[in-house]
Write a protein that binds this ligand. Structure first.
Ligand SMILES: O=C(O)CCC(=O)N[C@@H](C(=O)O)c1ccccc1
Length: 368
């Protein structure tokens, strides 16, 4: 299809509570939405880059610039754009996976809406709903942490993920185990906060029966993760390190991880996310779907992805109210610890105009 134009929308959504990780505290989620307009309709994409380059090298203003000045013009110049052609068309631009992913998502949504096919069907879904875990930030105190974990367990979440960092790791895990028992599914996420000199401290997590420890070392230290894996029993899961199907294959071959967190934005889009899933499945490596504080648009796409057969661990795709008082789409509401996989054409959801207008801080229309 030929694109008529693309709209970039800057959005700012307040969080229901500050969300603290080893790389900073989020009070609000600033993000970029992309609306692809075609002669027959439109499609929505969401760029998951954070406002600052602390999760990865991408950041919001940079993503907006590369989209406006390089990536969107490349697609508008093309006579025929389909979702599978987006990556090749954008290949001359190195990197910028999150920005590229947003464009591919918008084109894929437009394409699938036009032919009445859901993301779930297009990606190879085998489930109508997915079990939901929840991510718990670093808290001011252990009692506060236990209150928050208790609230999420009462809400029905089937897995708890605790953000950790040096100085907030063994004690919070021990406290959660002592309060809620050994049966709750529990994992931790370090967001690259440790080094190999921390092996003794990380070994102290081994007795707690964690599902996994996520990204303990820095993104590029794949061999370091393999060395760490030889020294602790908690399975290592990679997040920031896995930027493509190729990097997943390399990490698995090096013994750097036994589990992979797949985030479509981090790997360059839902089509590459499917390839990461396939590579992991071929190696018997379980995967789960991570989160980047997405709106209901990204949440919808992530639920479709999380319903593929290799997604055998609960992911971070929580209900809309985990982060937002008001979502820009109809809210995703937890039902017995599960969320439904959208079945409508494309993403199956769309922004509610009034809700979107409420949080939109800037718009730019780029035409062919
Ligand atoms: O459920 C969610 O969307 C958040 C899941 C989560 O903890 N994401 C983390 C991460 O590093 O994986 C994060 C993303 C963005 C910003 C802060 C933290």
């Amino acid at each position: 299809m030929k694109l008529s134009g693309m709209e970039l929308l800057r959005v700012r959504m307040p969080l229901v509570a500050p969300f603290r990780t080893s790389f900073g505290t989020q009070e609000a989620r600033e993000l970029l939405l992309v609306r692809a307009v075609t002669p027959t309709g439109e499609g929505w994409g969401e760029c998951v880059a954070l406002a600052d380059p602390h999760y990865s090298s991408e950041y919001l203003d940079g993503a907006e610039h590369i989209l406006r000045d390089y990536l969107v013009p490349a697609l508008l110049r093309a006579q025929e754009v389909t979702a599978h052609k987006v990556a090749p068309l954008l290949a001359p631009v190195k990197g910028h996976r999150m920005a590229k992913a947003a464009l591919e998502m918008a084109v894929l949504d437009a394409e699938l809406r036009a032919c009445g096919t859901s993301f779930a069907t297009a990606l190879g879904s085998t489930k109508d709903s997915v079990p939901c875990g929840v991510s718990v930030g670093i808290m001011d105190s252990i009692p506060r942490l236990l209150d928050v974990v208790g609230t999420y367990l009462d809400a029905g979440y089937v897995r708890i993920k605790l953000k950790i960092e040096p100085g907030w790791d063994v004690e919070p895990v021990r406290a959660v185990r002592e309060r809620f028992g050994d049966d709750i599914l529990l994992q931790v996420d370090a967001n690259t906060a440790y080094t190999l000199s921390d092996v003794p401290q990380l070994k102290r997590l081994d007795p707690f029966g964690l599902l996994l420890i996520e990204q303990p070392l820095e993104e590029e230290d794949v061999r370091g993760h393999a060395e760490l894996a030889r020294n602790i029993t908690t399975p290592i899961c990679l997040d920031e390190s896995i930027v493509s199907a190729r990097s997943a294959a390399d990490a698995i071959a090096l013994g750097a991880c036994r589990i992979v967190n797949i985030k479509p934005g981090r790997v360059g889009g839902y089509l590459e996310a499917r390839r990461v899933h396939d590579v992991c499945a071929a190696h018997g490596v379980p995967v789960w779907c991570g989160g980047m504080l997405e709106t209901g648009l990204g949440r919808a796409g992530n639920l479709a992805l999380a319903s593929l057969p290799g997604f055998t661990l609960p992911g971070d795709t929580s209900a809309s109210d985990r982060f937002y008082r008001t979502d820009i789409t109809e809210p995703f509401v937890l039902d017995a610890g599960h969320l439904p996989v959208p079945s409508g054409p494309g993403l199956g959801v769309a922004p509610i105009p009034e809700a979107l207008a409420e949080v939109t801080t800037a718009k730019a229309w780029l035409r062919s």
